[in-house]
Design a protein around this ligand. Structure first.
Ligand SMILES: [Zn+2]
Ligand SMILES: [Zn+2]
Length: 320
């Protein structure tokens, strides 16, 4: 599981003096780029605050949690806050809005009670995403301890179908994105083939796509560091999931080595991936439709803004 929210300065507990909302608003609009760039943003004080924070950080897309990522209990978002969020997103052109599912949900669970709880919680995630007019809801495929991988993949797909029954995602403009994972023991989705298999099971039932996390891809063993490796990995991704189906790139550097299966996010350019692979991704004409969203640790106040600035600085001005 990613650890970006567990660092010293949790986004959810940003000290008041560090919170960008407590500072004077920017004098002029932040410079936006031809790519959709964002960072996982705190919703502290209400979901509409996430939109204001993202704008002030210089983003034109954002990811949020719609409830506490480590609690089962979730309250419905307040409708006036949803309206305010919608208004701010229009005003600032913040698109897409990505919601990351709670980390407790495991739709591959082999324990019937836990599975039922996960399906109910995921249905709540979809309902909240619809209320918030989110474009994407990101989900980890789950952990299949006690079963075989094939059964796990099938069950995750069946559980997604069950959780979304009678909810009109198409009408709400909501697509579920399956995220590739680091490949720790029993976790599903460390290979592109496994993500593709879940997508195949769900096509026609619910709008689906993929979210590719660069840290997970790297620690799962794919080479994205060398230029040749990156091209091979993208070719493989295209053959399995399809590059056009990758709607979000979680743009995270990694603390651990390639192939280590250790999911520890690092700030861009300070980890085992380095900065060049991000420059390649951001300037690849096959990926212009995707949003690039960081989930990197915040050690010092301002790290989130610096991360957004780094991503924006990598986009070549001469390319489309
Ligand atoms: Zn994730
Ligand atoms: Zn991620």
């Amino acid at each position: 599981m990613p650890r970006f929210w567990k660092k010293k300065t949790k986004p959810s507990s940003v000290a008041r003096e560090q919170d960008i909302l407590q500072q004077a608003p920017p004098q002029k609009a932040p410079l936006l780029t031809s790519r959709r760039i964002g960072i996982h943003t705190s919703s502290a004080g209400g979901v509409q605050n996430a939109a204001e924070r993202a704008y002030r950080l210089g983003c034109n897309t954002l990811q949020i949690f719609s409830s506490s990522p480590r609690q089962w209990k979730a309250s419905k978002p307040n409708l006036s806050q949803c309206d305010e969020m919608k208004k701010l997103r229009e005003q600032y052109d913040l698109n897409p809005l990505v919601i990351h599912t709670n980390y407790l949900v495991n739709l591959a669970s082999t324990t019937p009670l836990f599975l039922q709880k996960s399906i109910e919680a995921f249905r709540g995630e979809v309902e909240r995403a619809l209320l918030l007019s989110a474009n994407y809801l990101v989900l980890h495929p789950g952990s299949f301890r006690g079963a075989d991988r094939e059964a796990g993949l099938l069950q995750t797909a069946a559980a997604i179908a069950a959780a979304t029954k009678d909810l009109n995602l198409e009408k709400g403009g909501l697509t579920i994105l399956i995220e590739n994972t680091a490949g720790a023991q029993y976790s599903l989705g460390a290979s592109f083939e496994q993500v593709a298999e879940i997508l195949d099971h769900l096509r026609g039932l619910v709008p689906v796509g993929a979210c590719i996390d660069t840290c997970h891809t790297h620690v799962a063993g794919y080479d994205i560091v060398s230029e040749k490796g990156m091209q091979e990995t993208l070719a493989h991704l295209d053959e399995t999931i399809g590059l056009k189906n990758v709607r979000v790139w979680h743009s995270n550097d990694a603390k651990a080595a390639r192939g280590s299966k250790l999911d520890r996010h690092q700030q861009l350019g300070k980890g085992t991936i380095g900065i060049e692979p991000f420059r390649r991704l951001l300037n690849d004409p096959r990926l212009v439709h995707a949003a690039f969203i960081a989930e990197t640790p915040i050690y010092e106040p301002g790290d989130d803004m610096r991360t957004v600035e780094i991503l924006k600085s990598l986009i070549s001005k001469t390319k489309s």
